[in-house]
Design a protein. Sequence first.
Lengths: 376, 599
Amino acid sequence: MELGIYVHIPFCVKKCTYCNFYSEVKPNLINDYVLSLVKEIKRESEKYKNFQITTIFIGGGTPSILQAGSVSLIVNAIKKFYNVAPNAEITIEANPNSISYTNATEWFNCGINRVSVGVQTTSNRLLKLIGRAHTFNDFLLAINNLKKVGFKNINADVMIGLPRQKQGDVKRTLNYCFKLGLTHISAYTLILEENTPLFKMVENGEVKLPKEEKVLGMFNYVLKQTKLNGFSRYEVSNFAKPGFECVHNKNCWNMVNYVGFGCSAHSFVENKRFNNISNIETYISNISKNKSVQENVETLTSYELIEETIMLGLRTVEGIDLNKLIKNYNYDLLKEKEQQILELLNQGLIKVENNHLFATVNGFYVLNQIILNLVS
Amino acid sequence: MQNRLKHIRNFCIVAHIDHGKSTLADRLIELTGTLSKRELSAQVLDSMDIERERGITIKLTPTKMKYNFNGEEYELNLIDTPGHVDFTYEVSRSLAACEGAILIVDATQGVEAQTLANAYLAIDNNLEIVPVINKIDLPSADTETAKKEIEEIIGLDAQDAPCVSAKDGTNINQVLEQIITKIPAPVGDENAPLRALIFDSYYDNFKGAVCLVRIFDGKVKAGDKIKFFITGKEYDVTEVGVFEPKPVMQNELLAGDVGYICASIKNVSETKVGDTITNALNPTNNPLPGYKEVKPVVFSGIFCVDGADYDELKDALEKLKLNDASLEYEPEVSQALGFGFRCGFLGLLHMEIIQERLEREFDLDLITTAPSVCYKVHTTTGETLLVSNPADLPKPQEIDYMEEPITRVNIFTPPQYVGNLMELAQEKRGEHKDLQYLDKNRCQLVYDIPLNEIIYDFFDKLKSCSRGYASLDYEILGYKESDLVKVDILLNGEVCDALSMIVHKDRAYYKSRSIVEKLKEVIPRQLFEIPIQAAIGSKVIARETVKALRKDVLAKCYGGDISRKRKLLEKQKKGKKRMRKIGSVEIPSEAFMSILKID
């Protein structure tokens, strides 16, 4: 059976003002953490003997800030204790300021074949505003290093809807991505999360987010430009040159099993969802005492599986495989939600073709509402 | 025998809200040894939570107490009365069961609107009034001014009024002595045919409806056949007794007594407050005077947030009705809100109490529609209809004219707020009747105001524009012709019946504006644009638009954290479940409630 592995590196040089994902600025814990991680990878391997690993994703946080040798240690541990497919996609997330030639070489040599770069924007003014640790120049150097080492599959994360962002900023950012020959672009619209410094800044009126109309305009621009430059949209926020879709994320939308290692990593294995505890110190201490680090284990009921199939499937351009729903769960969506589906069709938000129900371009903008209509 | 009556005193306590009625009752019960302090956990007479929280009594509970005075034992029957204007009729029947009333005045506040209203009610019932000044323990107590106000405003001699602190028990014995020396003993002939006044009733699971009575003539015992004058029904008495304050069975009740009668009566609506009970075999020809049919004056639709709870709501109303004959309800179907009930209440407080009890005691999530009054609609065909539900109003062309209930409103206030209050009354279409400066600290304002202006937020407004100092009392005067219109609210072109309302023509525009604005705030954006319109007939008088939802999508699922997305979905699903659908528009339940707060 197919299995993806996610490895979480919960460390950052500094926290970005919009981020509420789990990561800490505690450099003195990094080495202990990596050792614990390797222990966890080893100790869990028994359970996954019958799986073939097709993707590995090292995410964060900022995995690229690990000391020399750490990434290899992690990847080699996985290769040693798991049945990793020879052509497996192995991704590392990296910030431009930590993609040195040395790092890039190490990653490449241990088998990493895809790098996801947290560019966000090429405007130094905006980078500073959202608390990113890198500059435009760091980005140029980083891509240069990656290419020199031999990486062919490079993604840039870009953000749409940043405070004070204008369409011109988006235009420049995209143009650099195209010019530098990147193969994948993730364009995320900013979600203002509570309990983040940015949330407070917006509340206090220190900064203003662009109006919804503006954000939509910028995103439409992304849709247009990526298409013109040979990228296809294959998911809500993801665009790739042919053959460069991120397999790891695609599998996630298609409900392929994946297991997460490290603090706060999430897993989905044989209809069970669970996650690891999200406190670094407790994680390290539990691993050293050979205690479990998992929590929130829930086995999805068949209706929950149906809901998730719909919810996740709709994120992709292929949409929901209606036959698969019938085959796997004996659930005929067209019949069960006839009324809602007709309404959504009339509103031009979805289409049904070749036994697939998928969102239209307009539908992608209000995907939560479509999902809501199809599951409640 | 005359000697027996000489040692009975039947009295009640009347006061403005919060002047200490229940606390004084507690002290009397304690001092006479009827209950010990421990038994008397706080205010025993207020048994319902809501009442206790608000410090007001609604249900009357009589108590028989014994007190030795000058070597003789007296039987003191305290009949507690509800202090709120909604229950004026019930108060008046309780007063009719007594020979005297203790009038409590708060030494820190003096005479208030309800002090006056209740004092007059007692005087109308020919009761001997014993003024008592309470709360002398408070530093701001001013007993002389309170006494002066009683004399000047009400016209009672208050020179030897006991000055007490019901809270710490000071001078309570003086109150007991004055009850005996000032309030007359009851008169009555125990050999005459039975005449018993029902002043309240409650439902007991084992005994059925229990009548609380004052025996004016004759006697009654278990086994007697009794007859109710108004309903004409006959029953066999199964038990009689008195309250100490728990029910205690007696062999018989005699003229002058206050107690209860059980007769396997199935329903409290058969025991009408004010009705006279007589002996079926030896009946009197003279029922006691003063019976009135109590009619609800405020109406509102009650629906469940979750339509599936309808049966529970029905059961709950049935249960409340067992104990509250004045609650009226009938099934109502609203296009917007589904199945529910149209309920009639004695007043706003009564409405709030019922709604709160439904939510609290029966654990129901309710949607209530804007309160309405009962209009008289004269049609072009010469008919007169009573309409309390805007949905039932005939078409404009079929209406000749309409009348609405008018109230006489009495406001007591310190003089500095008179300006604010007059403005408020004007705004509410009030007609100025009188303004009197009673003394340097107090004015009395009298206005005639349509009831439908009072039932929204008049009380809150009154309090806020007088910093809480003004007090209010109102009574319904009758009906008056008025230029009323029905305003419908249309969502995406469809009338939402539950939001329709009847308002005065001059206020229609202003009110419609505020409602469509409020709805714009509370109706979430949906996949299409939603026009919100207020219309009189086919004429739109206000409009707002809820713009279509353009963007609602989760950009990213961090590190495969699907549970976070699920949680969001569950939250949205829950919200959707609480939505009501009008055509294709989804409206949150809160939207219906939010417009209740609109002026």
